[in-house]
Design a protein around this ligand. Structure first.
Ligand code: PLP
Length: 354
């Protein structure tokens, strides 16, 4: 039995303040306009002009030779790992990484790699921890092939890898002859929070992808970037997995619109997340982590209220939050306004006291 996310109790009002995920934004009227006007062709056949425009733009933004449009971030990770690794090889990633916990076992089922979980606070690890995980090159040990990092680290609290720490882990990978892959689901949040340009942020990585459905407000789509050779190999897997599309320009147009209109405004989401954390910190029994980007994680163990109970009580008040790793997660995004923050804080205070 596979469980679905919690539904509002019968008779609940519609969700007014959706902090459940930054994936739940609706395309804006202007984004839909851009989608309607998109020039399209057969993407699989290589002649959708809007997909080409998006891929060219993303390759240049990331400072890579080539790019490929895919339906989802998960498919970017799966295809990147298939293109970088062979079955039985090892990928080194944080113990909280999305590839380990949230891809339905894709790497056991499809890519055939094993993942070495590395430890460290806030979804990050040091070069020293990475070095300690280096295996001897013997007949016994799985061959290590790929370093993977998440920028920002989701379960890590939306934390941003500092540039120096990224450079240090990349240096270890280079020295070992490993490839490097960045899961950049929320890369733009990291760039906006630090002021570092994307190409600079990802310079040490052989491959990187960005999700257009996390805070950028597109209905679907992610773009994987890398060398021409890497993207060529990735295309073989895209075709094999059924990720090659047809008139995908309709969706690429939404992504281009998001690049033009929804990147700089991520700063508002970060400010709203900080305001939310300040409000939550004043509620008795709530331990809140200082947000760096748009994800606010808080612990309510000291209140004695189970997380699932808080979720249900909040849904009855028109507010949605998610539960991750025993903590509560609240995401700010395009559809969450500054005016909603005090309302959300009041609803959480009220629900914990009920
Ligand atoms: C959401 C997410 C993914 C997967 O992206 P989908 O578009 O949902 O498939 C991968 N990694 C991280 C860190 C994410 O947050």
């Amino acid at each position: 039995m596979v469980h679905a996310p919690p539904r509002p109790p019968a008779g609940s009002p519609p969700v007014r303040i959706n902090l459940y995920s930054d994936t739940q934004t609706r395309p804006t009227p202007a984004m839909k306009e851009a989608m309607m006007r998109a020039e399209v062709g057969d993407e699989q056949h290589g002649d959708d002009p809007t997909v080409h425009a998006l891929c060219d733009r993303m390759a240049s933004l990331m400072g890579k030779e080539a790019a490929m449009f895919l339906p989802s971030g998960t498919m970017c990770n799966v295809i990147a790992i298939l293109a970088h690794c062979r079955k039985g090889e090892e990928v080194l990633a944080h113990e909280t990484s999305h590839i380990l916990h949230s891809e339905g076992g894709a790497h056991a089922a499809l890519t055939g790699v094993q993942i070495m979980p590395l430890r460290g606070p806030r979804g990050m690890f040091t070069a020293e921890a990475l070095r300690a995980a280096i295996r001897p090159r013997t007949r016994y040990a799985p061959p290590q092939r790929l370093l993977e990092v998440e920028q920002t680290a989701n379960i890590g609290g939306g934390a941003v890898w500092p540039r120096a720490q990224l450079e240090e882990v990349v240096a270890v990978a280079r020295e070992q002859g490993w490839a490097t892959h960045m899961d950049g689901a929320r890369l733009m949040n990291a760039c906006v929070a630090t002021g570092i340009a994307p190409a600079e942020m990802v310079a040490g990585f052989d491959s990187v992808w960005l999700d257009f459905t996390k805070g950028l407000g597109a209905p679907l789509g992610a773009v994987l970037c890398g060398s021409r050779e890497f993207i060529g190999e990735a295309w073989r897997w895209k075709q094999r997995l059924g990720g090659a599309m047809r008139q995908a320009g309709i969706c690429a147009a939404a992504c281009l619109y998001a690049l033009d209109h929804h990147v700089e405004r991520l700063a508002e989401d970060h400010a709203n997340a900080k305001a939310l954390a300040r409000g939550l910190a004043e509620i008795e029994g709530v331990a809140v982590e200082e947000p760096e980007t748009n994800l606010v994680f808080f612990d309510i163990a000291a209140t004695g209220v189970p997380v699932a109970t808080l979720q249900q009580r909040l849904l009855a008040r028109g507010v949605a939050v998610s539960a991750l790793g025993g903590r509560v997660r609240a995401c700010t995004h395009l559809d969450v306004t500054a005016a909603m923050i005090p309302e959300a804080v009041a609803a959480i205070r009220d629900a914990l006291a009920a």
